[in-house]
Design a protein around this ligand. Structure first.
Ligand SMILES: [Fe+2]
Ligand SMILES: [Fe+2]
Length: 174
């Protein structure tokens, strides 16, 4: 996929987000599997943050908060595939990864950074409509929508790569 570093607005984006991007803890997200990305959850967060930032900037919204809040929207460190669940019924739904990870991300982000209200809302509400409460600010809506668009592209890319790999292994075995 494309390199965000070569994008038109990378410089101003990076000037706002460099302290987070270069933080050793944030860098460990490269080791967290996420949507088949080569650089894991790190690549996903940077991609969502960059595109959300550009949209907010073009719409004359709070692009500074958008870049930082979006960067931290998936700032959690557990692998949901390895978490065991013994709950049943409604409790099982309430503890689903898709529902709980925004809360975990917000808790981690509040511990490591000073967040404003918009940034906190972007993190907590990015999974709407899976989580019932809608985003409160225009910037939070942007993050939630961009997250879904980026995730779809990442899944499609991962499927394409698996198909290419499968096809080359078939050809090699002829
Ligand atoms: Fe998420
Ligand atoms: Fe995400």
């Amino acid at each position: 996929m494309e390199s965000i570093r070569e994008k038109k607005y990378f410089k101003p984006f990076y000037s706002i987000t460099a302290d987070i991007i270069n933080d050793p803890k944030f860098q460990t997200l490269k080791q967290q599997r996420h949507h088949g990305n080569e650089l894991g959850r790190y690549a996903h967060c940077v991609r969502v943050a960059y595109y959300a930032y550009v949209i907010a900037k073009k719409m004359h919204l709070d692009s500074w908060s958008t870049a930082r809040g979006a960067l931290l929207h998936d700032y959690y460190f557990e692998d949901w595939r390895t978490v065991e669940h013994n709950e049943r019924g409604f409790d099982r739904i309430r503890n689903m990864h898709a529902v709980v990870h925004p809360k975990h991300a917000l808790k981690n982000a509040e511990k490591d950074y000073d967040l404003n209200k918009k940034e906190a809302n972007m993190i907590l509400r990015h999974m709407f409509p899976v989580t019932v409460t809608p985003p409160k600010y225009a910037e939070s809506w942007i993050v939630s929508i961009v997250d879904k668009g980026v995730a779809t592209c990442e899944f499609a890319h991962a499927i394409k790569m698996s198909w290419v790999q499968f096809r080359s292994s078939q050809i090699a075995n002829v």
